[in-house]
Design a protein around this ligand. Sequence first.
Ligand code: PGA
Length: 266
Amino acid sequence: MNRKPIFAANWKMNKGAQETEDFVKGFLSRIRSQDLPADMVIAPPFISLPKLSELLRGPGAEQCAQSIQIAAQNCSQFDSGAYTGEVSVLMLREYFVHYVIIGHSERRSIYGETDEVINAKLKKAREANLKPIFCIGETLAERESGKLESVLRTQVTDGLKGLSEKDMLDTVIAYEPVWAIGTGVTATSEQAQEAHAFVRSLVAEIYGEDVASKVRIQYGGSVKPGNAAELMACPDIDGALIGGASLDPQSFFEIIQNGSGVAVDA
Ligand code: PGA
């Protein structure tokens, strides 16, 4: 199946405007000289979105900057109003935001986002024609107590409730085992492939085999230049959502290069 890999940098609460500019300069200088056969996405903190969109879409933006898509790390499930601290999907659209990360495990565990809230956010994102990067994944305790499949089933079915086939095709799923996020421990390629194949089968149960075969499923959790090739070689892994290792332009570039099978210059 021909699914274009998608690599997304999730900067979390890192990089204000100045550091965003430094990163973009460094990253563009690398992709300018090498065409990478992958979709590339950067998700900065909200406050750095204006700077990122100016650098990538502004009047002076370089040609190669167009190949990078802009993402937000979260969005509100509401349109506007008395929601202190929140950002709406329409506000994001003003900054050329194309993707939005929804349901990241840090949003679930630290901010208490439930599958119901995540479902509402996915619907709101689709209303504004944003492409969700919908995150799912189990904790170590859940995996060790044999609940991997039931946890993923609930997250997928409750998260996607009411989304159309078109919505599904415009959504990227990110499978991120919580125990692998920011810990330096990566799932083995066998563990990751097994979970990805299961997630794809869940999508097939809801939307059918054809849709499931087209949906991209990223792996996330301690992806680095050194493990990207092996993970991305798995048949059901279609890219990565990268936290720590995406903060450095060289490292993010190498992950994309290694993960999309581009020969590395000696
Ligand atoms: P990590 O984060 O690459 O630092 O493990 C991944 C993520 O949380 O998306």
